[in-house]
Design a protein around this ligand. Sequence first.
Ligand code: NAD
Length: 433
Amino acid sequence: MGMYEKLIAKEATMSVVGLGYVGLPIALAFAKHVKVIGFDINAERVEMMRNHIDPSEELESSDFEGSDISFTSDPEDLKAAQFHIVAVPTPINQSNHPDLVPLLSASRTVGSALKPGDYVVYESTVYPGCTEEDCVPVLEEVSGLKFNQDFKVGYSPERINPGDKVNTIETIVKVVSGSDAESAEAIARTYNLVVKAGTHQASSIKVAEASKIIENTQRDVNIALINELSIIFERVGINTYEVLEAAGTKWNFLKFSPGLVGGHCIGIDPYYLTWKSDKLGYQARVINSGRFVNDAMGAHVGKQVVKRMLAQGRNLLESRILVMGLTFKEDVADIRNTKVVDVIKELQSYNIKVDVVDPYASAKEVDREYGLALKDAPEPGAYDAVILAVAHEPYRAMSEADFSNLMRLDNGVFADLKGLFRGKIHALEYWSL
Ligand SMILES: NC(=O)c1ccc[n+]([C@@H]2O[C@H](COP(=O)([O-])OP(=O)(O)OC[C@H]3O[C@@H](n4cnc5c(N)ncnc54)[C@H](O)[C@@H]3O)[C@@H](O)[C@H]2O)c1
């Protein structure tokens, strides 16, 4: 009996290591078909999941129902599993280099539970080569077993998009790969249990790793181009969205908008690729330039708002600005690597008093992560400028009158980063990227 047959016969158990945005949905999806052990180092999160609460606030309690899953923070429990999926964070450090601490630590945990015949599939986003060159040696060392002889490895990148209820694990084709033909096949069959859209077998683990990293790198570079254009058009004195609308009438013009590139994927993954490229002796110029442009956008936005306030003769030291939205994108609670913080820092560097509101972000987490105090509600009639930083649903429903009510004077500066209210603002001083 192969690994797939054992799993569906429940003669083998699956483990999912790291139960965050990626790990928990995949663990619950599999737990409708096979026996699953969900492992996380964070005992508090494990306790919530035992009570059918998703700490990442993406899933409902009903999503836990009918699942053959047990949650644990005890690494010993992993010894009962034979097919391990690793979905831990892959962040960057202060120098924008890959921080493999969680991934290697999870590999040690899995390594100490590894038995002959086991499978380990990595889902964390990494540079090509990371699975075989960085993770496998840890698995071998800790387990004392031999790669491909005693245990098999695979890589299957995750493509879900937080907050997206349409493109889900079931509906997005999943790239899979294995360390040999047999494992590639077993891993593909296993994922086909939960991915209705099917799987794409990449020819190697490195190809699968690279495929994921270039999806986000391509997006990052394209947005960087539009951001750079918005800086140029700012100087020309024309609106970027109007230019994009005109250019977008050509059939092959790619539709990207300017904006802040934050979050744990697009603003981070390209650094994994450029780091690997550096190691191989090639300095990636296009990708690094894109990162440079996108990372500088928060400060650019802050400066543009200040410039308009000064043009109106406002005294910055007596001014107050309201920033609406802090999460890394619309309609989610996720504040990881949000670039709205860069806008706030830029404004504060002029000693301007900044209030921040967000309908979804947790004030506790914002304080812990950024040392910022989120306000429950804005103060009517208090602000010299309002920055609509994130297009959350309740903000999209607002009107010029609502924004005017927040301003101290009739001609307050209204910065609309997403260009949502273009053509709809008449009395306020309007600016968009
Ligand atoms: N969130 C997304 O939409 C998304 C999409 C595609 C790919 N990815 C990638 O998937 C990976 C996981 O991301 P995420 O968003 O799920 O992260 P996350 O921060 O939501 O969750 C990670 C979980 O792993 C746990 N963890 C950390 N170290 C651990 C360890 N050593 N052992 C066991 N558990 C550990 C944490 O406690 C947390 O619960 C990353 O590589 C990310 O780039 C994420």
